[in-house]
Write a protein that binds this ligand. Structure first.
Ligand code: THU
Length: 128
């Protein structure tokens, strides 16, 4: 399936607007493209107990899985930063669980982007 990179970034930006980030003021949006062709959005959800914070990527992937997707083709993430946002280490491990060839599109506030495979972002992942 072709990946509509710009369309996925637009969906991630819609998700970013829903972010709950009162502690960091760093809203993040993510859009996941499932093998079915459906796009699932997720945003970061923070908590007064800071370590409970849920990243946008994990929120979006959980939504996709809960909807019945088992294969993820790509995801886009965006924040308001001047450089493309790069997923945190925990999210890299979480993304790779669903396929080492998943395409990760990392966008900045002007929607300029970089594209990598998750296996490039997380070499030597933990596996059971
Ligand atoms: N955050 C994400 O949503 N995804 C990442 O990959 C990195 C960080 C969020 C967590 C927190 O709400 C805020 O960005 C600042 O760390």
């Amino acid at each position: 399936m072709d990946i509509n990179v710009k369309g996925l970034i637009e969906e991630a930006e819609k998700a970013r607007k829903q972010a709950y980030a009162p502690y960091s003021n760093f809203p993040v949006g993510c859009a996941v493209l499932g093998a079915s062709g459906t796009v699932y959005r997720g945003c970061n959800v923070e908590n007064a107990s800071l370590s409970l914070t849920l990243c946008a990527e994990r929120a979006a992937i959980a939504g996709a899985l809960c909807a019945g997707e088992r294969e993820i083709l790509a995801l886009a993430i965006i924040s308001h930063s001047p450089e493309p946002i790069s997923p945190c280490g925990a999210c890299r491990q979480f993304i790779l669980e669903f396929g080492e060839d998943i395409t990760v599109i990392m966008a900045d506030r002007d929607k300029r982007y970089e594209v990598k495979k998750i296996k490039e972002l997380l070499p030597l992942p933990f596996k059971l």
